[in-house]
Design a protein around this ligand. Structure first.
Ligand code: NAG
Ligand code: NAG
Ligand code: NAG
Length: 346
């Protein structure tokens, strides 16, 4: 069977080549998926390839004559991640095993249908979230019993410091958000602590005694933990001591559009900066939400103290990364792509 498949593939090859062989002298062929600059460099791509990906990423074919040297891959598309599906939602991640050049950050897209809950858990690392569809109810409690329960809409951001236990619940029919963690190796053992796991792996009598409840109360603790599970939106509000509510500078929530945007130099767009100056709780992550018009340019810059991690939500973009010496590489981005630009790269 295998041999037969190979034979038929080989038999097809001459016909395919005969149909579409571009000439090296008939102008640039990057946009047809061939590494030919029309100026004497390059030749047709005859081997196995995904032509559509080549066309969408023509800078990988050598289109930019200013690109030079060896720059490692700095891009990962969520479409190449494994999606884990649950009752009421899904999750797909980008961790360091996917994008080895992202040394500080890992990320995920997560979806919750109405009522579905990302169950109670905490992390050894900080979690930053951005709601881009629908609205969610977040709840969080810190080690001193200070807490916060809030409804978040498009553009709203949360930041849960390491160790702060939290849940997220979908409120609209369909809700989705970006998650960012300040550790690249997010799936490492000892990173996420689900309360269900803890209870399931502690003697039932101990758990019952701990809470002063009958052991039968814990008969139906899900095992393994469900991660996301379906539920219903409560009609009751959380009640607690109002003095313990996290507000003001202690708040774990910042609403991006509560301040005016700054113009991108050259008037090509606008950006919102969300960092320790306006969101003091977010101690380990600073962010910008950037919108560029067609042709708009985020001007030449670098960051003296940090790698830059990116997520593209809509449209297409191109970025050139200069990593020192004479090495530079241009990347094409489209919605769903993530990227990491090295510390101090231009
Ligand atoms: C969750 O899904 C299960 C299986 O479809 C269903 O039996 C259960 O009633 C659902 N629970 C809620 C709260 O929607
Ligand atoms: C819950 O809190 C919201 C906002 O403070 C308030 O508008 C609503 O009436 C409360 N609902 C109940 C059932 O107390
Ligand atoms: C809140 O934080 C900002 C920025 O760090 C600071 O300028 C401001 O004084 C703080 N406000 C209070 C009430 O502590």
């Amino acid at each position: 069977m295998r041999a037969a498949l190979q034979l038929s593939a080989l038999a097809l090859l001459p016909a395919v080549l005969g149909a579409a062989l571009p000439s090296t002298t008939s102008g640039p062929q990057f946009d047809n998926g061939h590494p030919i600059d029309g100026n004497g460099k390059g030749a047709p791509l005859l081997g196995g390839t995904n032509r559509q990906i080549d066309i969408d990423n023509s800078d990988n074919l050598g289109k930019q004559s200013t690109d030079n040297g060896i720059v490692p891959n700095l891009k990962w598309r969520f479409s190449d991640s494994k999606t884990r599906i649950f009752r009421g939602g899904w999750l797909r991640e980008q961790v360091i095993q996917d994008l080895p050049q992202s040394h500080d950050i890992s990320a995920a897209q997560q979806h919750l249908s109405k009522g579905a809950i990302r169950e109670l858990h905490w992390h050894r690392v900080a979690e930053w979230g951005f709601v881009y569809a629908g609205s969610v109810l977040i709840s969080a409690v810190d080690e001193n019993g200070k807490y916060q329960v809030e409804k978040l809409n498009f553009g709203d951001i949360w930041y849960f410091p390491k160790g702060v236990a939290h849940t997220v619940q979908g409120l609209e029919d369909e809700n989705e958000f970006l998650l960012v963690f300040d550790d690249p190796d997010f799936d490492k053992v000892g990173t996420t602590f689900n309360v269900d796991d803890w209870v399931a792996h502690t003697s039932r009598d101990v758990v019952a005694k701990n809470f002063g409840l009958d052991p039968s109360v814990f008969d139906h603790v899900p095992n393994p933990n469900p991660n996301i599970f379906n539920g219903t939106v409560s009609t009751k509000n959380v009640t607690g001591n109002p003095d313990d509510v996290l507000t003001g500078n202690a708040s774990f929530v910042y609403r991006t559009f509560q301040h005016e945007p700054e113009p991108v130099p050259g008037k090509g767009g606008e950006f919102y900066k969300i960092d320790s100056t306006n969101f003091p709780a977010s101690k380990t992550l600073a962010a910008t939400y950037v919108k560029l018009k067609p042709g708009g340019l985020r001007e030449l810059h670098w960051h003296p103290n940090a790698e830059e991690w990116l997520y593209f939500h809509q449209g297409t973009a191109r970025a050139t990364v200069f990593i020192g010496n004479a090495a530079a590489r241009t990347f094409d981005f489209s919605a769903g792509d993530t990227a990491a630009f090295p510390d101090n790269s231009g």
